[in-house]
Write a protein that binds this ligand. Structure first.
Ligand code: SIN
Length: 524
């Protein structure tokens, strides 16, 4: 076992991780740890851009209103104000620093339109490669900073002191060797959990590591029932092969069935640009009735010029986009819930922070507005980094660690079964009966002893399964508890929004505190 000491450890390498690292490193010694290589993250795959009220005639108030409407008013209003207001300055900083957002022939920034936005306000870079371009821009800054970076180290378990603070993380390298990294600030920036479902737009690394690490350490998770399904995954050979950006619908793409009948007409006034959950739910119900659904792109001018990465995705998967019809299916895309944090990324565990998709600041409410996620990473990654930079230095390496029980017998699910069960019972449509089935399945795997025992003994693939199982459990708990439909959480047995649930969060808290809405996690 090797021991190492830093001021700040950041687990993950997406947008929020890079922003946090850049800003924390102004005063602190920072190490970024990633389980494979730095580019293997959802940020790098992001096609859609950055939503910001930057164009003349637009306003932060309008961006805020659209965010709240899409989030079905479950959003934390204060966090949304920070997102849209600080977001303006964060994007302005990038523009001033030379980030090459797409411009027209006159050199003016171009603004795209996506679902549920009332203005054209989405900045893109190289058309549909915004995530990759932003990553490279920030990565360049990281490389010019004192931040150190360690690839191919898997975070196995957070180090929690006897007094309950997070004092670092235990990792395993590619040879299975354990390393203990000590720091007074540990930041989870490990992204989402789209891989919990058989159809996903997410990178294969998005297995819920951060949610599970936090839960295992005793952090509070909330709103985990709100899993967003993107309406248009490219569908082929019984699976989803990648994302077709909502920006394609912003440029005139429409959703049709096999008879070229439009499916979004009469569903919502914004039709194909309705909030994402409504579009996904509509496609899902058409598919459940045996229809095929296509994105008709015949009205999109210069498709391969505007969307080169999507055109290439089609080519790779044998879909000829020139025929104008792209087969689509909804796919898991973004977790709105996560580790409960304040605006500076602080969790209920001293020394533990979360930023980006793994965190729940409350900005997204019950359904994230399109292109607000890169913005969230920019804004809240920076805020957490700055807060950490200002914190007084602290030595933690000598503190005694909280004892964990010996892990019990390993009984883990088959991952394909877990994904199918999640889609069937905690996917786009849920019910008490279905969730009952899901709990019967999940209970076989003794979640309680996984939470009480240490995680160091698991090998890489076992650990992935443990993390996915714990995250799945949290989603199931939230989905079962929330007896209404709101945003991305659709209950067929409670099909309406219930005003009693507005702004009320389902919280998964191993150390339940008074005054919260608690689901008694372990007993569920
Ligand atoms: C998209 O391009 O449709 C995805 C962007 C996002 O998730 O906001």
């Amino acid at each position: 076992m090797e021991n190492h000491e830093y001021d700040v450890l950041i687990i993950g390498s997406g947008m929020a991780a890079l922003q946090c690292a850049i800003h924390a490193s102004v005063t602190k010694k920072v190490l970024l740890i990633t389980k494979t290589d730095v580019r293997s993250c959802n940020t790098y795959l992001a096609q859609g851009g950055v939503a910001v009220a930057y164009a003349a005639g637009d306003s932060s108030e309008s961006h805020k209103e659209d965010t709240m409407v899409a989030g079905r008013f479950h959003n934390r209003e204060q966090a949304v104000s920070i997102l849209v207001e600080d977001g303006f300055y964060a994007v302005d900083e990038l523009v001033q620093e030379g980030m090459d957002f797409d411009r027209d022939a006159q050199g003016n920034l171009m603004y795209g339109l996506e679902g549920a936005h009332s203005h054209r306000r989405i900045l893109h870079s190289s058309g549909d490669s915004t995530g990759r371009k932003l990553f490279e821009f920030l990565w360049h800054k990281v490389q010019a900073s004192p931040v150190e970076c360690l690839e191919n180290h898997r975070a196995q378990e957070l180090l929690i002191s006897e007094k309950g603070s997070c004092i670092g993380v235990a990792t395993k390298d590619m040879n299975g060797r354990v390393h203990l990294f000590y720091a007074s600030h540990t930041v989870l920036a490990s992204g989402g959990c789209g891989q919990l479902y058989p159809y996903t737009t997410n990178h294969e690394n998005a297995c819920g590591d951060g949610f599970a690490l936090a839960l295992h350490a005793g952090a509070v998770l909330k709103d985990m029932e709100f899993m967003q399904f993107h309406p248009t995954g490219l569908y082929g050979n019984g699976g989803v092969k990648g994302l077709i950006s909502e920006a394609v619908r912003g440029e005139g793409g429409i959703l049709v069935d096999e008879n070229r009948m439009r499916i979004m007409q009469g569903i919502h006034p914004l039709e194909d640009l309705a909030p994402r959950h409504l579009v996904s739910q509509t496609i899902f119900s058409h598919m459940a009735e045996g229809h095929a659904v296509y994105l008709d792109i015949s009205a999109v001018e210069n498709f391969d010029g505007k969307f080169p990465a999507i055109a290439a995705l089609c080519r790779r998967n044998g879909v000829d986009w020139r025929e104008g019809l792209l087969p689509v299916a909804p796919a898991s895309h973004f977790m709105m819930g996560g580790v409960e944090v304040d605006a500076r990324g602080a969790t209920n565990i001293p020394g533990l922070y979360a930023v980006g998709e793994v965190a729940c600041t409350g900005v997204h409410g019950a359904n994230r507005l399109a292109s607000n996620s890169l913005l969230e990473g920019l804004v809240f990654g920076k805020k957490a980094g700055m807060a950490i930079a200002e914190a007084p230095p602290q030595k933690v390496a000598a503190l005694p660690l909280r004892k964990k029980k010996q892990p019990g017998k390993k009984n883990l699910p088959d991952l394909l079964d877990l994904k199918q069960m999640m889609f069937r019972y905690a996917g786009i449509s849920r019910s008490a009966e279905g969730l009952g089935e899901l709990f019967r399945y999940l209970r076989q795997f003794d979640v309680e002893s996984l939470l009480e025992g240490g995680l160091l003994e698991f090998n890489d693939s076992e650990l992935t399964t443990v993390f996915m199982l714990l995250t799945a459990w949290c989603i199931a708990v939230g989905a079962d508890t929330r007896t209404e439909s709101r945003g991305a959480h659709l209950r067929s047995d409670y099909p309406e929004e219930d005003p009693r649930w507005q702004g009320v969060s389902c919280t998964v808290d191993l150390f339940a505190k008074k005054g919260r809405i608690i689901h008694e996690f372990v007993k569920a």
